[in-house]
Design a protein around this ligand. Structure first.
Ligand SMILES: C[S@@+](CC[C@H](N)C(=O)[O-])C[C@H]1O[C@@H](n2cnc3c(N)ncnc32)[C@H](O)[C@@H]1O
Length: 254
């Protein structure tokens, strides 16, 4: 796993970065209705600060969360304090969760993974291994719902763009670039956090992401054994097109 989400974790929600989770849970609600999904036990991969875990559990799903960053999990634990929600400190692509009483591999009828999380997986081999791990943790007929940045997003929204903002005592400047040859997008992120004496504390993180073409993503999902039931422009039910920046896949284990 890349070396990030250390100090970013403490300012993630203040920057409103968890807004995406709120949108995704609302969208999932619509996806459940459209596809007749009635999940009882779910796992949110790369759960970050736990917003989606919290909101999905409010829909009546017995949720757990998994993330590779102990700092993000610490934020999630704070948010979920007092709720009986299990959080796992594990990394993709290969992970295994065992049932604490039977010792057997834990299974879920829903696995979710939101935002750029799967874009942090930088090789096709690792992406397939991550999908395989998800597959192994699903019940038969269980569902995997995830969203990702498309190639179009990294090539156009990222390359050469600078994003800056200020919210709730945090300021940030993100310089983005896309290396088409290496198929890697980088964010050189600089953060400023307001300290106790009104001084701004600066820190930096480098984030690297990759996107995969739509035919390749679907091919890998099918090779692992998933049936692709929906492949949408994120937040909608229209098909992914050339100008789609974020996709959402709804796939089922058969
Ligand atoms: C953009 S954040 C998304 C967090 C949350 N899903 C949300 O929507 O707000 C990406 C998350 O993926 C986690 N992550 C990235 N690579 C990972 C890996 N290889 N294994 C586990 N977690 C990973 C990071 O720690 C971070 O919490």
């Amino acid at each position: 796993m890349q070396d990030q989400y250390h100090r970013f974790a403490a300012v993630y929600d203040a920057m409103n970065a968890d807004m995406h989770s709120k949108l995704m849970v609302e969208y999932c609600h619509r996806i459940f209705r459209k596809h007749g999904i009635k999940p009882k036990v779910g796992l949110d991969l790369c759960c970050g600060t736990g917003t989606a875990v919290d909101l999905l559990s409010q829909l009546g799903i017995k949720m757990s969360g998994l993330d590779g960053s102990s700092q993000m999990l610490a934020q999630a634990a704070k948010k979920l304090k007092g709720k009986k929600i299990q959080l796992y400190h594990k990394t993709l692509p290969r992970f295994k969760i065992l049932n604490s009483s039977s010792g057997k591999q834990q299974r879920y009828d829903l696995v979710t993974c939101f935002y750029d999380s799967l874009n942090y997986i930088l090789t096709q081999r690792d992406l397939k291994a991550a999908f395989k791990s998800v597959y192994n943790h699903l019940e038969k007929d269980g569902w995997f719902i995830f969203d990702m940045n498309t190639l179009k997003a990294l090539r156009t929204l990222w390359d050469g763009q600078v994003y800056a903002g200020e919210k709730n005592g945090v300021a940030w400047i993100w310089r983005n670039e896309y290396d088409a040859k290496k198929e890697r997008a980088h964010i050189h992120a600089t953060f400023f956090e307001k300290g106790k004496k009104d001084q701004w504390l600066r820190f930096e993180e480098l984030h690297t992401e990759r996107a995969y073409s739509n035919p390749l993503l679907k091919k890998i999902l099918r090779e692992v054994g998933f049936v692709v039931k929906g492949y949408y422009r994120c937040y909608q039910f229209a098909s992914v097109a050339r100008d789609t920046y974020r996709l959402c896949a709804v796939v089922q284990k058969r």
